[in-house]
Design a protein around this ligand. Structure first.
Ligand SMILES: [Zn+2]
Length: 139
């Protein structure tokens, strides 16, 4: 499943980021999930916890944060958020969450109605920060 593949990639990225450090000193990882990323947070968290069991940094806590979507209009250069996108019914919002690539079929710039805009934020999954213990044997 999609969530499991993403969780695996996040765990791998954590492992790479820890290169040269004692992995058991890792305390927390903050993971940013884009608002438009079609992902079930519960399944994703469960996948992270499960995959973490096999790693030397298994005691680390993963925190998920949602990154709000930001759109930038190419025509009028104004920015807006997903919440500010007008004329979308609940069903359409659901469709966009499920398939972010479909956003262009539904969303227009709320200022000039142009369909020519960029999704600047709110897509994908990334590691925002790692927290390492700096006391005891980790100092
Ligand atoms: Zn515009």
């Amino acid at each position: 499943m999609h969530e499991w593949a993403l969780a695996d990639a996040v765990i791998e990225a954590t492992s790479s980021a820890l290169a040269g450090r004692n992995p058991s000193c890792l305390r927390g990882v903050t993971v940013t999930v884009g608002e438009l990323q079609a992902i079930d947070h519960e399944i994703f968290s469960f996948a992270l916890r499960t995959l973490l069991e096999e790693r030397p940094f298994r005691t680390a806590e993963y925190h998920l944060e949602t990154e709000p979507a930001r759109f930038l209009c190419v025509s009028c250069e104004k920015e807006w958020s997903f919440a500010e996108t007008r004329n979308l019914d609940d069903q359409t919002r659901e469709a966009i969450h499920f398939l972010p690539e479909a956003a262009h079929a539904f969303i227009r710039c709320p200022f000039c109605r142009s369909p020519d805009y960029r999704v600047q934020k709110g897509r994908g999954v990334s590691i925002a920060s790692l927290t390492l213990d700096s006391s005891g044997s980790c100092a």
